[in-house]
Design a protein. Sequence first.
Length: 276
Amino acid sequence: MKCKYCGGDVTLDDHFCPNCGRPVDQAQRHQKEMREYETEFEETKQQAMNELVANSGGGTAVGIRLFIIAALVVLIFWMFINLDGYNMNQKREKKAANKNYEAYVEQIEQYLADRDYTQLSVFVDKHELDMNDKYDDFRWIFYGARDYKNIFEALLETAYIGKDTRDLYYAERLSDYVNQFYEDILSDSYTRLSEDPGKTEAVYNEMEADLAVLLQKYLSLTKEETDSMRGLTKSRRTVLIEQALDEKIVSVTGVGLSEMNKVELPEIEAAQEADQ
C-alpha cells in the first residue's frame, strides 16, 4: 500500500507514514473499525453470558463456556470476512477499476479537459483510484483534485453566511485546504514520483488559475493577492485568507470570526436586531 502524499510504502498498522509523517487514512479507518468490532465483541460476549444465565436458572459453568465459545467463533469468523484486506467493497472497486481501465481513463481525461476537478475528485473517491497502482500516471493529479474540491466546497459555504453563525468554522478549514494545495503543487515529490510530471504541472497550473478566480469571487481577494499565494509562507497565507473571511463575516453578521467563540448565538442575534 502506498502513502497518498509521498508514495512511500505504508501498512494498515502505520497511523502515520514513516517517510513523510502524514496520516495514513486507510490505517486510521481500519483501526477505527477494529475498535468498533472489539467493542461489539465484548458486548456480544456479555450478552451471551446474561442470556444463558437468565434462561438456565444459573446454568452450569461448562454450558456457559461452551455457549460463549460458540458465539465468539461466529463473531470472529464474521470479522475476518468483513475485514479481509480492509473491506470487500475496496476489492470490488479495484477489480472494476482494473477491468474498466480504458473507460475510466477516458472519463478522467474528460474531467481534465472540462477542468471539472470537483467531479474528478468524486469519481476518484467513488472508485478508490488514488490507491490503485494501475492509475499511478494520475496519482498526483488526484491529490490536487482532492485539494481543489475541499477548497471549492468551503468557499461555497462562505457564500451562504447568514444570521445563524453557529457553523462559522470556515477560516480554519479553508486556510488548511489552501495551504495543503500549495504544499502539494510546490512539493518536488510529484516531479520525482509522477509518471508524467509535465502533465501534472500543467494541470496544477490550471487548478491554481481557477482557484484564484474563486478566491477573488468569494473572499474578495485581489488578483495581486492571489498571484502572491505561491510565494507566501504558510502562516502569511493563513492570515491573508482568515482576514478576508473575517471581513466578509463582519459585513453580514456584525461580529468578527475572532469574537465568535466569546459570544453566544442569542447575543449575536440580539445585537443584529438592535442595529436594525
